[in-house]
Design a protein around this ligand. Structure first.
Ligand code: FAS
Ligand code: PHB
Length: 403
């Protein structure tokens, strides 16, 4: 890479955010180099999100990577929330005119990687010691080691798409970024199994024993989650215990229909809410999990990452093509307004469906919340609009007046 002294944009992280950003920039003729710490196979083996908002599908269409998605994905016009034996369907289509798309993040990452390979994109997998430099200078620098060789390049802008544990945010001066965090006392124990989904749509189950989620990747591959204490380990959850506990938390008719299969993947994800403020520091921007983490309850993480990238790509393209700075200047306040809307929603849906405390007061308040939701279509419409991603249904939150 010593031949490349300068590119327009340096991207750190080849997860969905970095890959989509590179794709959108490349299509606009903007030069970029993408540095990834892991191997391509490792990145493409990760099992994570599964539900796409309409806005995310539109972005993947614009990136020219959605052909397989439209062939293989499932379109869901609603989902269910169960409270004990009570079941409430949230009719997304009737309430908003929109639906969600079920298609695994793993597949999206593979589709993006394939397009980058076909385009001959400069993506360096297996990079070490990636170090952002000169973030407030006339040009930024990115130093790294690849295949045993130390190297660096200069770029107009750097984008940290390197996730919660990445180097981009960590490279900011303490005074340059505020990390606002809420730790939830629970984790999600996830299982992927080659077994037909137990329900035709997603079912979020709120139960005195704890939360359970019935999701899917296709009509033959299921994805299930259980709320467990944050102290639990995978070793404590052999497959049989997982299936027994899942049955115990589902409405009886659903539990009776459950078809199990060997777990082809099992993972523990601590629930956390995190936001970095601001999302820009000189020539460095943060996008995706590098900028924020939301509890997966609201299926927001991946969708927020894509929305960040869509807005930042448009702003960067405008700057390179016309010199306009409005988009770059507005990126952080715009995205933070949206991210906090998503944090609020994920926190609300988590509090409605999880057993975060043993307090009887919280249990009574939860039951009252569910009863209100079940009896009020306005409350259901609010839930539907947030689940779809507010930009998808026109409800735009007030722009933040503070940077
Ligand atoms: P990612 O973390 O996906 O990608 C960051 C990339 O940067 C990685 O490839 C990493 O290897 C690389 N990187 C890190 N440090 C680097 C360095 N120093 N140098 C170079 N590269 C570096 N969201 C949902 O909506 N629903 C879910 O069910 C859900 N489940 C999840 C389960 C787990 C275990 C996790 C961790 C997250 C889950 N999420 C879920 C959220 C997840 O989908 C993220 O929102 C999504 O991966 C965000 O994508 P990125 O921002 O690209 O970050
Ligand atoms: C998933 O299928 O992985 C999934 C679906 C909905 C969520 C979280 C995860 O809210």
């Amino acid at each position: 890479m010593s031949s490349v002294a300068r590119v327009q944009v340096g991207i750190i992280g080849a997860g969905p955010a970095g890959l989509l950003l590179g794709r959108l920039l490349g299509l606009a003729g903007i030069s970029f180099v993408l540095l990834e710490r892991q191997t391509r196979a490792h990145v493409e083996s990760r099992i994570r999100a599964g539900v796409l908002e309409p806005g995310s599908v539109t972005l993947l269409d614009a990136a020219g990577v959605s052909a397989r998605l439209h062939r293989e994905s499932l379109v869901h016009e609603g989902f269910e929330i169960a409270y004990g034996e009570q079941r409430l369907r949230i009719n997304l289509r009737a309430l908003t005119g929109h639906a969600v798309t079920v298609y695994g993040q793993t597949e999206i990452t593979r589709d993006l990687s394939a397009q980058h390979e076909a385009a001959g994109s400069q993506i360096l997998y297996g990079c070490e010691a990636v170090t952002p430099l000169d973030l407030t200078g006339r040009a930024a620098r990115l130093r790294y080691r690849w295949q045993g060789q130390a190297d660096e390049f200069v770029c107009d802008y750097l984008v940290g798409c390197d996730g919660y544990h990445g180097v981009a945010r960590a490279s900011l001066p303490a005074a340059g970024v505020r990390n606002i965090e809420r730790a939830y006392p629970v984790s999600w124990l996830g299982v992927l199994a080659d077994a037909p989904p137990v329900t035709p749509e997603l079912l979020y189950a709120s139960h005195p024993r704890g939360f359970a989620l019935c999701s899917m990747r296709s009509r033959t591959r299921s994805r299930y989650y259980l709320e467990v204490a944050a102290t639990q380990t995978l070793e404590e959850w052999p497959d049989e215990r997982f299936w027994d506990e899942l049955r115990a938390r589902l409405p009886a008719s659903v539990a009776a229909a459950l078809v199990t299969g060997p777990a082809i993947e099992k993972s523990l994800t601590p629930l956390r809410g995190f936001v970095a403020e601001p999302l820009r520091h000189g020539r460095l921007f943060l996008a995706g999990d590098a900028a924020h983490i939301v509890p997966p309850t609201g299926a927001k993480g991946l969708n927020l990452a894509f929305a960040d990238v869509g807005e930042l790509a448009a702003a960067l393209i405008a700057w390179f093509k016309t010199g306009a700075t409005e988009g770059l200047d507005a990126y952080s306040p715009n995205r933070l307004a949206r991210v906090w809307q998503a944090q609020r929603f994920a926190w609300w849906l988590t509090a409605l469906t999880h057993r975060l405390t043993a307090a009887v007061f919280d249990e009574r308040a939860q039951a009252a919340e569910f009863a209100y939701l079940a009896g009020c279509t306005h409350a259901q419409q609010s839930l539907a609009e947030n689940y779809l991603g507010l930009s998808s249904v026109g409800a735009t939150p007030p722009r933040s007046t503070r940077s």
